[in-house]
Ligand binder design. Sequence first.
Ligand code: MN
Length: 294
Amino acid sequence: MGNPLGVHALVWTGGWAPEDAELAISSTAKAGFDLIEIPALDPSRIDIADTKQRLDAHGLKAGFSLGLTFETDINSEDPACVERGRATLMSALEVARGVGSSYLGGVLFGALAKYPAPVTDRARANSASVIKELAQEAARDDIVVGLEFVNRYESNLLNTVQQTLDYMDVVDEANVVVHADVYHMNIEENGFRKPLLLCGDRLGYVHIGESNRGYLGQGTIDFDEVFEALADVDYTGPMTFESFSSAVVDPQLSNTLAVWRNLWSDSMDLATHARAFISDGMQRARDTRGQRAQ
Ligand code: MN
């Protein structure tokens, strides 16, 4: 039994007009993936019926992800700002629900941006209270809410697994999971094994990305350690490949993520390589584990 494997839409295109959606969805299916992750930073940009029809036609599932902005930051002391963020998250949830997706994740808990100051208790409490409400609303359609902790330059609230688990204890909703991204873990954690074991069955979604966000295996991330830890916690959830290059640009997301360089130009070669890399790596890790158990 393997993990459902996915790819982020920005490997294919930065837009979501019908022709972009068709390119991204058909290419994801052609590369052999089970799901596509569609960015929903602006949920109003996504045509729900059109997206659902194309996913069904290609037999693919979708997950949705977004990060908030300083205008819509729920990790804020300003009630108006928190309310705008709540509205954005609820619209994103509507999109996920409409398309029939069972996953909404990302930097849902605050702005995806470099904060000018540390988090405050009141801002954190505002964030947790909105996420609790979002999770309760999502639970009505069995939608899982994933908290993607990110590096210090992209959030001041959740940078590590431990912080994410502590925050989840405050939110206290069963459909909230850890969304671990090894690119961010590589910056903030002491390693991969310990924090992934710490997640245990609270881990619900994994982003696989290289240290420079390019081809897997060409950077410094110890993927054997990552895959072996995931095998050891019997992780059977989605693993989605994330990679960004200036070759494919989303005006909102690319600049936020500081995608300035061209790390690849052939999306299909990149994606098929990544799929095999993840699938083979997980198989190897499970075999190693099986041999140890004998
Ligand atoms: Mn990620």
